[in-house]
Ligand binder design. Structure first.
Ligand SMILES: [Zn+2]
Length: 372
C-alpha cells in the first residue's frame, strides 16, 4: 500500500515522487466499486487529519528549506487540485458507470522546455526593398508589380528603345527560346528592368499616378562580387500636370534622407537613359565617412574615397514614352512626370557593409542570421 515517502533531501526527484503518488492514486481509484468504497478512498486521500494530502503537507512542504517554501507551496497546491479532481471524477465514474479517464498530463514533465522552432525573418534584400517602399508609401505612392517574363514591347519598345537601338546592348538580355517565329514586339524575354511595369500601369490607370515598383530582374551577367544574373530593382513613377525637375529633386532628396538619415546631402549628375530626358544620376554624401572620404586614418571603401555614393538613376519621363499610352490620358502636351530606379541589392550591400553580392544569394543561414 502506498505511503507518503519522507523526503530527506528536499524534492530530490520531485517528478518521480509526484508520479509515484499519482500512480497510486489512480490504482486505488480503479479499485473503487461502490459509493461506500469511494468514501473510504476519499478519506484516505483527503482527510484533514492523517489523509495523504495532509501528510504531503507535513512531510514535503515543511521539509522544504525556507527559500524554497514558496515554490514548494505552489507545487503542493497543484498536486492537491489534481488529487481532488481525480477523487471527484471517481465518484462521477461510479454514478455514471463510465470510469474516469486517466489524464496523460499526470506523466507530463512540465519543467522541460519545449522544442523551440526558429522564427523566420526577412532576407536582407527584401528588408531593404520594404524599407525603400515604405518611404514612398508615406509620400502617397502605391505599389505596383508586373510579370518577370515580358514581351519585347513592354521591356524595350514602349520605353523608347527602338529595334536595333544601341541602348539595348547595355542590357544583356536573356531571351526565351523558340520565339523567332513571332513578330519582334511579341517575343518573350526575362525583363531586364522593372520599367515595363510603368507602361503596364499607365495602360490601366489614368493620370495622375504615383507608383513604386519593387521586383526581380534578369540580365546575362556572370555572377561575381557585384553582379548576379538575377537581381532586384525598385523604381518609381509620378505623372501629373505640371510636374517639374524640381519635384523630382525634392522628392528624391526627401526619400534619401528618410532612408539613409537626415544628415545626408544629395547631388545630381547628368546621365542618359532612353526613357527619360533629361536624365540624371543621384549621389548621396557617404553615410559611412560623412562625406570626408576617410574613416579615421583609413581610406573609405564604400565611397571609394570620393565622399559620394551613387544610389539611383532618374529623370523626366521622355515624351516619346507617353506617346505609347496617349490614348489613356497621357498626352505629352498636357502631362509630365518623373521616374527613378535603383538596384536594391546595391543599396543592401552599402547599408549592411557587405562586400560580396553572392553572399546574399547563397542562403547560408549563418550569414543571413546576422541581419534578422
Ligand atoms: Zn565614404
Amino acid at each position: 500500500m502506498y505511503t507518503v515517502p519522507n523526503l530527506k533531501e528536499y524534492l530530490s526527484d520531485p517528478i518521480q515522487q509526484v508520479a509515484d503518488l499519482l500512480t497510486a492514486l489512480h490504482e486505488e481509484a480503479g479499485a473503487v466499486q461502490t459509493e461506500s468504497d469511494w468514501k473510504v478512498f476519499r478519506d484516505r486521500w483527503m482527510a484533514r487529519k492523517g489523509g495523504i494530502l495532509a501528510q504531503v503537507n507535513d512531510l514535503w512542504l515543511r521539509a522544504a528549506p525556507p527559500e524554497r517554501k514558496r515554490d514548494a507551496g505552489k507545487r503542493v497546491n497543484d498536486l492537491k487540485a489534481r488529487v481532488e479532481e481525480i477523487v471527484e471524477a471517481t465518484l462521477q465514474g461510479i454514478r455514471t458507470g463510465v470510469p474516469a479517464a486517466r489524464a496523460d498530463s499526470d506523466r507530463l514533465d512540465i519543467t522541460l522546455p519545449g522544442i523551440q522552432r526558429a522564427i523566420g525573418a526577412e532576407h536582407p534584400i527584401i528588408k531593404t526593398m520594404n524599407e525603400v517602399v515604405a518611404v514612398f508609401r508615406n509620400l502617397g505612392y502605391s505599389v505596383e508589380e508586373g510579370p518577370e517574363i515580358e514581351t519585347d514591347y513592354y521591356n524595350f519598345e514602349a520605353l523608347n528603345f527602338p529595334p536595333n537601338h544601341p541602348a539595348r546592348d547595355t542590357q544583356d538580355t536573356l531571351f526565351i527560346a523558340n520565339q523567332r517565329t513571332k513578330p519582334p514586339r511579341e517575343q518573350l524575354l526575362l525583363r531586364t528592368h522593372t520599367s515595363p511595369v510603368q507602361i503596364r500601369t499607365m495602360e490601366k490607370m489614368e493620370p495622375p499616378i504615383r507608383i513604386v515598383i519593387p521586383g526581380k530582374v534578369y540580365r546575362n551577367d556572370p555572377p561575381d562580387a557585384s553582379h548576379s544574373p538575377m537581381f532586384h530593382q525598385i523604381e518609381g513613377l509620378a505623372v501629373d500636370t505640371n510636374i517639374t525637375f524640381g519635384d523630382l529633386k525634392g522628392t528624391l532628396d526627401h526619400a534619401m534622407k528618410a532612408f539613409f538619415g537626415s544628415s545626408v546631402k544629395t547631388s545630381f549628375r547628368p546621365s542618359f537613359f532612353p526613357f527619360t530626358e533629361p536624365s540624371a544620376e543621384l549621389l548621396v554624401s557617404c553615410f559611412v565617412c560623412g562625406g570626408s572620404g576617410k574613416r579615421s586614418t583609413e581610406p573609405c571603401r564604400p565611397c571609394k574615397q570620393t565622399g559620394w555614393i551613387e544610389t539611383l538613376g532618374c529623370g523626366m519621363v521622355d515624351p516619346n514614352v507617353f506617346e505609347f499610352v496617349k490614348d489613356n490620358g497621357y498626352d505629352p502636351s498636357k502631362v509630365s512626370g518623373f521616374a527613378f530606379g535603383m538596384g536594391a541589392d546595391r543599396i543592401a550591400l552599402l547599408k549592411y557593409g557587405v562586400d560580396d553580392l553572392q553572399l546574399f544569394f547563397q542562403n547560408d543561414v549563418r550569414f543571413l542570421r546576422q541581419f534578422a
